[in-house]
Write a protein that binds this ligand. Structure first.
Ligand code: KG4
Ligand code: ZN
Length: 393
């Protein structure tokens, strides 16, 4: 089966073509085409992701990404297509909320034949709803025009599967597994009793960990996205042994549950640096202490969940899992203290948002694919939960 996957939940516009062989979870996957446009340079001006801008950029770049992914997959065949009046009207109606996208897509479809695609997988949540809608409406238009079924995908399940993806297959993991999902919008501990059986056992009560990285970076005068910037400064501070400038709290580290809170940590940074002009050494030291605090909390909470739930596999995913210090500390700690637990981190290029992960999660639910008419009922759900993969309505 060949899958066309689409990701537009935040500030990456991504389209992939992935062919699969065998049944989930024992299938093999070939990434035939993979195109991604990151909007970070555009959002940097605003200091964070601006939903209306994200929506406009998705509408502008989806068709070029589709074209790029198909070309890479050698599935781009130029040939003039004759549209019926009805098709023209239907496509315009389907995309009327996405200015510019209808014209771009119609021009593309008029000059290319249908590629060999069996399924479209698209993120339906969680994420920024205006951004999600662009991908959903785009998938809907392609589904209508090419008569291909669509499967709505939970973005967080995508992060989980991309964390264990080894390039061409998913390993046989031992259950129960625990996923620690750390991204710009989420901080969750998810219990997996088996494939496709998810239960969120803890989450942040305020800011997501990536959001805290981004906000603290901003306070330190670093550009968006702040995660990698903080990581670089913290590494320098550790390497050069900079003196500690501030001591930050480890919020909820000993609370008897699996929840998190990062807004107090962010506020503690604000108080520590306000009215001061920091030297480069001091800034790097703040970055280090912040990264230490976050890492300790994540590690302690994951450890508690592993102990209390008899976990055999730990899967860390989401954009913040690209952080090298968190990776090192987790590898070090769990190999020493819990050698029986297998720990997975995603390959670096699949840590932050991408569409390969949407193809992986789409294939896991290929049996639930919807026809064009059924898919027309699907709505973007910014807060879509991973619990038992509740379907968006
Ligand atoms: O998963 P993702 O790409 O998007 C969401 O679904 O939110 O995660 C983006 C987040 C941003 O907050 C970014 O600062 C953070 O991941 N991030 C990092 C690193 N790379 C990206 N945080 C810490 N260290 C990194 N190396
Ligand atoms: Zn994400």
């Amino acid at each position: 089966m060949t899958i066309l996957s689409i990701e537009t939940s935040c500030d990456e516009t991504a389209v992939s073509i992935v062919s699969t062989d065998g049944n989930f979870p024992h299938a093999t996957y070939s990434i035939l085409g993979n195109a991604l446009f990151s909007q970070v340079d555009i959002h940097r001006e605003y200091g964070g992701v601006f939903p209306a801008v994200a929506k406009r950029e998705h509408a502008r770049t989806l068709v070029p990404m589709l074209e790029k992914a198909l070309a890479e997959a050698s599935s781009l065949t130029e040939e003039t297509q004759i549209f019926t009046q009805e098709q023209q009207e239907q496509l315009t109606t389907l995309l009327h909320r996405e200015p510019g996208l209808a014209e771009l897509l119609i021009t593309f479809l008029e000059s290319h034949t249908k590629p060999p695609i069996d399924l479209i997988a698209v993120t339906s949540g969680p994420g920024l709803e205006p951004a999600l809608w662009v991908g959903i409406n785009f998938a809907r238009a392609l589904s209508y025009f090419w008569d291909v079924p669509v499967v709505p995908v939970n973005h967080m399940e995508g992060h989980i599967l991309s964390s264990i993806f080894n390039g061409d297959s998913l390993p046989d993991i031992s259950f129960p597994a625990l996923a620690l999902l750390i991204s710009g919008g989420h901080t969750e501990l998810v219990h997996m009793a088996s494939w496709n059986t998810y239960k969120c056992i803890g989450e942040t009560r305020d800011d997501a960990v990536g959001e805290a990285f981004d906000k603290v970076a901003r306070m330190l005068g670093l550009p968006y996205p702040g995660g990698p910037e903080i990581g670089n400064l913290a590494r320098k501070a550790r390497k050069e042994n900079f003196p500690r400038f501030v001591e930050l709290p480890r919020p909820m580290i000993d609370s008897p549950n699996f929840d998190f809170s990062f807004s107090g940590l962010k506020t503690a940074v604000r108080y520590a640096i306000q009215d001061k002009t920091l030297t480069d050494t001091e800034r790097a030291s703040v970055a280090q202490e912040f990264e230490d605090a976050v890492t300790e909390v994540l590690l302690k909470k994951a450890e508690r969940a592993i102990r209390e739930h008899g976990i055999n596999t730990l899967i860390v995913g989401g954009g913040v899992s690209a952080n090298t210090y968190i990776r090192e500390q987790f590898a070090l700690h769990f190999s020493k203290e819990y050698p029986e637990v297998t720990v997975y981190f995603p390959p670096y290029h699949l840590s932050t948002d991408n569409s390969v992960m949407i193809a992986l999660a789409g294939y896991a639910h290929a049996k639930n694919a919807l026809t064009y008419m059924q898919f027309s009922e699907i709505k973007a759900d910014g807060n879509l939960s991973i619990d038992n993969l509740k379907k968006p309505r």
